[in-house]
Design a binder for this molecule. Structure first.
Ligand code: GLC
Length: 631
C-alpha cells in the first residue's frame, strides 16, 4: 500500500508516474516536526536493517552513518563521505516493513543511527515536498511497489551488454584503432570504445575535432562494420565562445541559467568559461536533446552524460575573491588559522556553495534558486537526451547513462558510479551499491572497472572485472595520466580474455534477467537478507549478492588472496568459469573457503536451477544464444 503526504507546494520533479491522492499528515506514521524544515524519526531494533539510498556510500545496510542527498562532483569516494553523484531518496526500513520515498529536489540529511545508534532522524531541508510511505510484507515487495510508482526502467540496446573499453582519453583515430587492434589481436571480446572529452573541438559539446577524427561519420561506420560502437561523452556546460553555434543559440533564446540580475550564469569547466542550459525548462530540454542528432546522424548510438551535478571548477567571482584574499595576505606571517583559510579558499573554488546559490532556473514560469532544485539538474539533462532518443528511435535503441541522477531519470537512462579509485575497497563499494541502485529503478549501471583514479595492478583489474561480468554496464575506464588499463595492456592477456569471455557466455542469461527485472519492477541484485530473512549470517552479509532467481555472486576482493570465504545460505553448486572452462562443485549450506584463480569468475547456482551458457564470441552480434548449454 502506498500513501502520499504533500507538504506545501512541491516542485514537480518528474520522479513519480502514478497519481495518488495525498493523505492528511495526521496519518503520517512517524514522529515528526515541521518548522522551516521537515524532520521525522524512527527507532530501530538492534537487528533491523535499513536499505536504500541507491548510489550511495558505505554498506548495503545503511545504518551507522549520516548521508546527505546532494549530487556531488567528488572523485574521492572515501569511507567518510556523505554524498556521491546521485540523490536517490528512497529507503526501506526492514524492521517496519516500510519504504519511504522523499520527493524533494534539494538537501536531505539521513542520520541513520549516526547520532543515536537505535534511532534514525531524517531532515528534509525545506517544507515543500511529497513523501510516499509504502508498506508491504517484505522488502522485495516494498521495492516492487515503489518501482510501480516511479515507472519502468530504461532499456538499453542488447549490444550495451558487451564489454566496453574507455579511457580519458583516446584522443584520435589512431588511439581508438590501437585499442580495437589490441583487443582483436588478443582475441578479447569487445563491443564499445569510449570517446572522452578530447574527441571534441576545444571541449565543445556536439563538435568533432576534425584534425584528430577526420571524416567522423565514415569512421564511425567503418568501426560499426567491425561490430564496434563509439560512445562519445557529452558535458553539461556549454563553452561561452562567440561563433560557437550552440552557445549562440542558447544565448539568443535565453536558454541558459541566470543570475539574480537576469544575466547568464557562468562558471569554468573543461573548456574554460561555460554557460549552463536550464534543463528544468521543457523548451530547453527539447532544444538540447535535439542536438544529439548531430552525432546520431553520424552513426553514433550511445552517449554518456557527464559533469551534470553540475560540476563547476570555478567562477570569476570565486577566483577574484580568492586572489583578493591572497593579495591581502601577501607578505604577512600566516599563522595556522590564516594559512589554512587561504589554502581552503583556493581548494574550495570548485563546486562552491556561493556559486550554486547564484544560479536561477525558470520552472513553470517561476524563478527558482538552484539550491532548491540542485538534485534534479543532471537528471533533467539526461531526460532531455532520453526523451529525444525515445521519440526519434524508440525504446531500446540508444545507450545512455549519466553521472548525476535523481529517481525518475531511471526511465530514460542508466548510471555509472563516477570517479572511483583503483582501490581494492572499491570492488566491494561497487557491489554494495548495486541493490540500492536497483531499488531506485537504475538497472543499467556499473562502476569504472579497474578503478578510474590512480594506477591499477593487473590482479585488481582482474578481480574487478570478475564482478563487472555480472553488472549490466561492464566498462573499464581510467583517468588521464594513469597507466594503461586495457585488458591487453597487462602481461598474459589471455587470462584477462578468460574473464571477458565468461561475460559473453553469460550475456543471454544476464539480458534475460535484466528484462525480467524491468518488466516485473524487480531487482537484478538483491541483498542475501531479502531471500533469507531469518538467517543471521545471510542478513549481515555485505560481500555477496543474489542475482536473478538462480544465482549468488561472491567476488574476490582482496589482494594476494587465492580465493575467499563464502557463506551459502542453502546448498548450491559452486561454478568456476574461465574462458570455455566450467568447473563445478556441490557445496552444502554453510561457510566455505573457495579457491578462485585470477582468471576465474566464481558463481553459485541454487539447487534445482540452471542457467544458459553460450559459446563466447568476439562481439555480442556474433553470440549464438540459441545454441546455449544449460549448467
Ligand atoms: C569526469 C568523469 C570521468 C571522465 C572525466 C573527463 O571526471 O567522471 O569519467 O573521464 O570527467 O571527461
Amino acid at each position: 500500500m502506498i500513501k502520499k503526504f504533500t507538504l506545501g507546494d512541491p516542485v514537480n520533479t518528474g520522479a513519480v508516474v502514478k497519481s495518488i491522492e495525498p493523505s492528511d499528515l495526521s496519518g503520517f506514521p512517524f514522529e515528526y516536526r515541521l518548522d522551516d524544515k521537515f524532520v521525522f524519526r524512527f527507532s530501530m531494533e538492534k537487528s533491523d536493517i535499513v536499505y536504500g539510498l541507491g548510489e550511495a556510500n558505505r554498506g548495503i545496510n545503511k545504518r551507522g552513518w549520516v548521508y546527505e542527498s546532494w549530487c556531488s562532483d567528488d572523485p574521492f569516494h572515501t569511507e567518510t563521505k556523505s554524498s556521491l553523484y546521485a540523490a536517490h531518496n528512497f529507503i526501506i526500513i526492514g524492521g517496519m516493513n516500510t519504504g519511504v520515498f522523499i520527493d524533494y529536489p534539494s538537501k536531505i540529511r539521513w542520520d541513520i543511527g549516526y547520532t543515536k545508534a537505535d534511532e534514525a532522524e531524517i531532515t528534509v531541508g525545506g517544507t515543500d515536498l511529497d513523501i510516499y510511505v509504502i508498506t508491504a510484507d517484505t522488502p522485495r515487495e516494498i521495492s516492487r511497489e515503489f518501482r510501480g510508482l516511479i515507472g519502468k526502467s530504461y532499456l538499453p540496446p542488447f549490444w550495451a551488454f558487451g564489454f566496453q573499453q574507455s579511457r580519458w582519453s583516446y584522443p584520435d583515430r589512431e588511439a581508438v584503432d590501437r585499442v580495437i587492434d589490441g583487443y582483436d589481436s588478443a582475441g578479447i571480446p569487445l563491443d564499445c570504445v569510449y570517446l572522452d572529452i578530447d574527441y571534441m573541438k576545444d571541449y565543445k559539446d556536439f563538435t568533432i575535432n576534425e584534425d584528430r577524427f577526420p571524416d567522423f561519420g565514415s569512421y564511425v561506420a567503418e568501426k560499426k562494420k567491425n561490430g564496434i560502437r563509439l560512445i562519445p561523452i557529452i558535458d553539461a556546460g556549454i563553452k561561452a565562445e562567440d561563433g560557437y553555434d550552440i552557445f549562440e543559440e542558447g544565448r539568443k533564446n535565453g536558454y541558459f541559467c541566470k543570475k539574480s540580475d537576469g544575466t547568464d550564469f557562468e562558471a569554468g569547466v573543461w573548456p574554460g568559461v561555460c554557460r549552463f542550459p536550464d534543463f528544468m525548462r521543457e523548451d530547453v530540454r527539447e532544444w538540447f536533446g535535439s542536438k544529439y542528432k548531430r552525432l546520431t546522424d553520424m552513426g553514433i548510438e550511445g552517449f554518456w552524460n557527464d559533469m551534470n551535478e553540475p560540476a563547476l571548477f570555478y567562477s570569476k567571482e570565486g577566483i577574484d575573491s580568492a586572489l583578493d584574499k591572497a593579495a591581502e595576505l601577501k607578505g604577512q606571517n600566516l599563522d595556522l588559522g590564516r594559512f589554512f583559510n587561504l589554502k581552503d579558499t583556493f581548494t574550495g573554488l570548485s563546486n562552491r556553495y556561493e556559486d550554486y546559490a547564484s544560479i536561477f532556473h525558470t520552472i513553470d514560469g517561476r524563478q527558482v534558486n538552484h539550491l532548491d532544485v540542485h538534485n534534479i539538474y543532471g537528471a533533467n539533462m539526461t531526460r532531455a537526451a532520453g526523451e529525444y532518443f525515445e521519440k526519434t528511435f524508440g525504446e531500446g535503441s540508444i545507450l545512455m547513462f549519466s553521472r548525476a541522477s535523481y529517481i525518475g531519470a531511471h526511465r530514460s537512462s542508466g548510471i555509472w558510479f563516477g570517479d572511483n579509485h583503483s582501490w581494492w575497497s572499491h570492488i566491494l563499494l561497487n557491489l554494495k551499491m548495486l541493490p540500492g541502485a536497483n531499488m531506485c529503478g537504475f538497472l543499467y549501471c556499473g562502476a569504472d572497472l579497474g578503478g578510474f583514479n590512480e594506477n591499477a595492478t593487473r590482479d585488481l583489474v582482474m578481480r574487478f572485472l570478475a564482478l563487472g561480468v555480472f553488472t549490466p554496464l561492464m566498462r573499464d575506464h581510467s583517468a588521464l595520466g594513469t597507466r594503461d588499463q586495457e585488458c591487453f595492456a597487462f602481461e598474459n592477456p589471455g587470462e584477462l580474455r578468460d574473464i571477458i569471455q565468461v561475460r559473453y557466455r553469460l550475456i543471454p542469461y544476464l539480458y534475460d534477467t535484466f528484462k525480467k527485472a524491468r518488466d516485473n519492477d524487480d531487482l537484478i541484485f538483491r541483498p542475501l537478507s531479502f531471500d533469507y530473512p531469518d538467517d543471521k549470517i545471510a542478513r549481515e552479509c555485505e560481500t555477496q549478492l543474489m542475482l536473478g532467481e538462480e544465482c549468488m555472486i561472491a567476488p574476490v576482493y582482496e589482494q594476494n588472496a587465492s580465493g575467499r570465504t563464502v557463506y551459502l545460505p542453502e546448498d548450491m553448486t559452486f561454478v568456476r568459469l574461465s574462458g570455455e572452462n566450467v568447473v563445478k562443485q556441490e557445496l552444502k549450506k554453510g561457510v566455505h573457503y573457495v579457491d578462485v584463480e585470477l582468471n576465474e569468475v566464481p558463481l553459485f547456482i541454487k539447487k534445482g536451477k540452471k542457467i544458459p551458457l553460450c559459446k563466447p564470441a568476439l562481439r555480442t552480434a556474433l553470440l549464438d544464444a540459441e545454441g546455449a548449454e544449460f549448467i
